[in-house]
Write a new protein. Sequence first.
Length: 149
Amino acid sequence: MRKLLAILSLLIIGACSGINKSPKPYPFFDTEKMASIMTDVYLIEGSMTSNRKSFVDLGIIPDQYVYQKHGIDSISFKNNFNYYADRVEDFIEVLDLVDEKLLVIKDSVTARQDNTKKDAPQINPVSEERIRKLDSARSSIISYPKESK
């Protein structure tokens, strides 16, 4: 049994040793450009999950939008993605840049929301006492005809 386990382990190790990494693609995207592309991909995917109908209504094709914005095609994106996926350290660097970019966008949106709330007119809440007074005034003004039998 031990011999069989040892032979099986050697076969598995030997089978995995021949895996080659993806070659450097042409055109090659540096980490900054790849991070920008992936940031847009994450933003589009996030907005699609929250409101898919608006994309359909406007006729926006998310992949095409990202490719046109960055002047790339799907094959070069896939080749570059595979290149970075084969190199874990480089891929982590790209994902760290994506995380930083998304945090900047989040902070920008939060700041805009805070400014919008600040600029919006403040409405004083109506007290329950005032509501009762208004209800009693309204009911005294409106008199319903009595039903005749």
